[in-house]
Design a protein around this ligand. Structure first.
Ligand SMILES: NC(=O)c1ccc[n+]([C@@H]2O[C@H](COP(=O)([O-])OP(=O)(O)OC[C@H]3O[C@@H](n4cnc5c(N)ncnc54)[C@H](O)[C@@H]3O)[C@@H](O)[C@H]2O)c1
Length: 361
């Protein structure tokens, strides 16, 4: 049985062959670049030529911390560096579309942060621009590469639980948004910036849903303006369903983040360790119950890598493979428009989609 698990581990390993490596410039030197992008890229041996942030002190500090040789003083400097083929953007979300337009003019391939664009129409415009220029754009939906989640997907694809029929995320945590004023003030919060990862991960396993229902709420007295608790249902063709219950205002101290995939011949269950004690976290867990192999009850898969930073190597590895070999990246921006459309469909349901329960029965 250990050999079967080793086969899954081989499938989910992230690597970047030397022939795929390209000069990378990073735009944005915020929290996520510091704790995730740059450690992951160093782990993969990637060449980050320089970093730029409109806050140049922040860029200098991050460059020093990660041993990056160059701090660009302007966007023009980044885009005119002809050693840079790939621009990795991680700035406040509303600044991203203009940076994408400028980088495309300068003929750079791009890794963009999620959400890729504020709305699907803007996202489509950017993808069309890139296609017309013959450039590749991918989106940093890195949860697909979290080892536990990726191993679960590999088990589903290997047929270990028969046909997948349901998936759920149950996340009940206490999130401190205060390091990000722009998140505290955002009218759209939980789905746009957090559950977007779960939605994209579900799409990577079950495909695209055809209908959704969602409701959102806030805790009285909470700090953030936007929704912090969401309950969503995704309906797929046939009998397949997915459910997300995500609460960022857990007051009980018993944080948890679980996912589960049910199939016609088994099930997979896991935890996202990072969210039990963010940002310290603990390793993910993953177990499979398979009538196909078969397993003797629930079998543990030994997750060896933390979600942050290691999953952040995945979207970049996918983009670099795409550039080098022509194999479309799993999170290519054109495909990611469907994740963005799903986010907006859920907000549409939250805003307009309820059916009132009659009072006079
Ligand atoms: N993929 C993921 O899992 C993930 C995780 C966290 C954050 N993010 C996304 O990454 C982005 C950055 O998040 P963060 O946590 O680092 O935020 P942050 O607020 O810590 O940092 C944002 C940085 O962007 C810089 N910036 C803003 N506009 C700029 C511009 N026009 N040009 C250059 N620099 C500019 C700011 O000075 C700041 O240093 C956001 O879009 C966020 O949604 C993604």
């Amino acid at each position: 049985m250990i050999d079967r698990l080793a086969g899954i581990a081989d499938t989910v390993r992230i690597d970047v062959p030397s022939g795929h490596r390209r000069g990378i410039a990073v735009i944005g030197a915020g929290a996520i670049v510091d704790v995730a992008h740059l450690p992951a890229y160093r782990g993969l041996g990637l060449e980050v030529r320089g970093v730029y942030d409109r806050d140049s002190k922040r860029a200098a500090a991050v460059a020093e911390r990660h041993g990056i040789g160059r701090v660009y003083q302007s966007l023009e400097e980044v885009l005119s560096d002809d050693q840079v083929e790939v621009v990795d953007i991680a700035v406040v979300p509303w600044a991203q579309p203009d940076l994408v337009r400028e980088a495309i003019k300068a003929r750079k391939h791009l890794l963009c942060q999620k959400p890729f664009a504020p709305d699907v129409a803007t996202g489509r415009e950017l993808v069309d621009l890139a296609d017309a220029a013959g450039l590749k754009v991918a989106v940093n939906q890195q949860l697909r590469w979290d080892e536990g989640l990726a191993a679960a997907r590999a088990m589903v694809q290997a047929g270990w639980i028969g046909t997948a029929t349901a998936m759920s995320f149950t996340v009940d945590i206490s999130t401190d948004w205060s390091a990000w004023n722009w998140l505290v003030e955002s009218p759209r919060l939980e789905i746009m910036y957090h559950s977007i990862h779960y939605l994209d991960a579900i799409r990577s396993i079950l495909g695209d849903p055809v209908r959704v229902f969602s409701t959102a709420s806030r805790r009285v007295g909470q700090q953030a303006v936007g929704e912090t608790r969401t309950i969503s249902t995704l309906v797929f063709d046939g009998d397949t369903r997915a459910v997300l219950h995500v609460n960022h205002e857990n007051q009980g101290g018993d944080q948890r983040a679980e996912f589960r995939i049910d199939g016609t011949a088994g099930a997979i269950r896991g935890t996202l360790g990072l969210l039990y004690d963010y940002p310290v976290g603990r390793p993910d867990t993953l177990e499979v119950f398979s009538k196909v192999l078969p397993t003797d009850g629930w079998l543990a898969y030994p997750v060896t890598q933390r979600w942050i930073p290691w999953a952040f190597g995945g979207p970049m590895a996918g983009l670099l493979r795409w550039i080098a070999e022509g194999e479309t990246a799993p999170t290519a921006a054109r495909d990611n428009l469907r994740t963005l459309a799903l986010v907006h469909a859920l907000y549409g349901s939250i805003d307009h989609g309820d059916v009132r329960v009659p009072e006079d029965v």
